[in-house]
Design a binder for this molecule. Structure first.
Ligand SMILES: [Zn+2]
Length: 437
């Protein structure tokens, strides 16, 4: 942690970095104040700052897990700031915060939202999610001080438990809002370190169990007219190609499988290869084959977990191996093709050595590819062209899940990516240069 005064002084010493960062908001002619955005973002990171890695005032990561005391503090701050701007604030039954700025027409139609999340990973950084909320707030501040009023209502949404780090379900509350996750299931999620604490009990403790239904249903919930999310890319493509804006047209599809490969225990000294049924050897070849197959299709295949029985030993061929397979591609047909080809290859591998092994598998998650709204994507592209030029922006597909994936089921939605240094995220050293704001 650092003192606020010291931090403020140090932050102001960064002023020259902002000289080229002032941007014209595309069609309105308004300019945001990137220095104010920088200062606000880092000021609010005092709630949850940890994992120091350097001497600078902002050289820390973050651990602001959802609905902790630190998260409650930043939520309280956010509520005060948006109310100062004249917004009305609504909180739904998942603690999602909707700040709404009235438009000139005082129309009852749902607001156009800029949304993201204020919670972080336990060893997270200062930009993932936080930048989206702070950038949205900066837009509202810029509008207010310029006396600029939109025709229709606009606002900001802080989605609860996007990270799923404390209560293990990512994009949890936008998922409930979209009707994809039952609210009781979300409320019953338990703190991974303290099973006596549930997501609902923490909502109650902090006063964030709102009275509006968590739903996009206009009759009972909080529908949105559109949803835009600015987010760090969390990958290396923008920095590697020297581009400053990613126009995100959708999110890739993915399937998670669990493979269980069966064989037979055998003594490693007395059992010749020809007599073995070795599931660990077969699994290794299957994992390697999945990598090659995915590469051929320009897709991704990854194994994150591999398990052998807890009583395995050095001088025994294992009897069973379980491994996960995560297949991803922007097109569902390619995800399916990679899966089919992998299973055919696994059949061949299973028969290869010794007396062979056999396997079964389960499909644990099937998340089809998402295509964002064409008009939203086109409007971001047009703004990007005007701000940074066509050669400095690019169309992209999100590799990770975001709240916008869920909002896109119920309102026109799209995302804006900005570069993060070396593509690093979910890490204390995550960094996004204000040059790109
Ligand atoms: Zn995020």
């Amino acid at each position: 942690m650092y003192s606020t005064n010291g931090a403020t002084r140090a932050l102001y010493s960064n002023t020259r970095r902002f000289s080229t960062a002032t941007r014209l908001l595309a069609s309105s002619g308004l300019k945001i104040n990137p220095e104010r955005l920088w200062n606000t973002l880092h000021e609010t990171c005092k709630w949850g700052a940890t994992h120091r890695y350097g001497d600078g005032p902002t050289d820390t990561g973050m651990a602001r897990l959802t609905l902790t005391d630190d998260d409650a503090s930043v939520r309280k701050w956010f509520a005060t700031e948006v109310q100062k701007l004249g917004c009305t604030l609504s909180v739904d039954q998942m603690g999602n915060m909707f700040a709404r700025q009235s438009g000139r027409l005082s129309s009852p139609v749902p607001m156009i939202a800029m949304g993201s999340h204020l919670d972080t990973q336990p060893r997270g950084g200062r930009y993932d999610g936080i930048l989206g909320i702070m950038a949205a707030l900066e837009v509202l501040r810029t509008m207010k001080e310029s006396k600029f009023q939109t025709n229709y209502d606009v606002g900001v949404v802080n989605w609860t438990n996007e990270e799923g780090a404390r209560f293990p379900m990512s994009m949890c509350s936008s998922g409930v809002w979209a009707g994809a996750i039952p609210i009781q299931k979300a409320w019953d999620l338990r703190d991974i370190h303290d099973p006596d604490v549930t997501l609902r009990s923490e909502l109650e403790r902090h006063g964030y169990l709102g009275d509006i239904s968590c739903s996009s249903d206009p009759a009972t919930g909080y529908p949105l007219g559109a949803h835009f999310e600015l987010h760090i890319e969390q990958g290396p493509i923008l920095p590697e190609t020297g581009r400053s804006i990613g126009v995100v047209r959708g999110a890739q599809g993915y399937r998670w499988l669990t493979m269980t490969v069966h064989g037979k225990d055998a003594h490693t000294g007395t059992t010749p290869f020809s007599a073995r049924q070795d599931p660990l050897l077969a699994s290794s070849r299957m994992i390697a084959a999945s990598h090659d197959i995915a590469k051929k299709h320009d897709a991704l295949a990854s194994t994150g977990i591999i398990r052998v029985p807890s009583n395995a030993s050095t001088n025994t061929v294992s009897s069973q191996v379980t491994f996960t397979l995560d297949i991803r591609h922007p097109q569902d047909s390619v995800v399916h093709a990679v899966q089919d080809e992998c299973l055919r290859a696994f059949d061949a591998i299973a028969a290869q050595d010794g007396k062979g092994v056999w396997f079964d598998w389960t499909l644990d998650t099937d998340s089809p590819a998402v295509e964002f709204d064409h008009n939203c994507v086109a409007s971001i592209q047009a703004a990007a062209n005007q701000l940074v030029g066509r050669e400095k922006s690019m169309l992209m597909t999100s590799g990770a899940g975001h709240d916008t994936v869920y909002t896109s089921k119920h309102c026109p939605s799209a995302m804006i990516f900005v570069p993060c240094k070396d593509g690093v995220s979910h890490h204390p050293t995550e960094y996004c240069s204000p040059q790109d704001w």
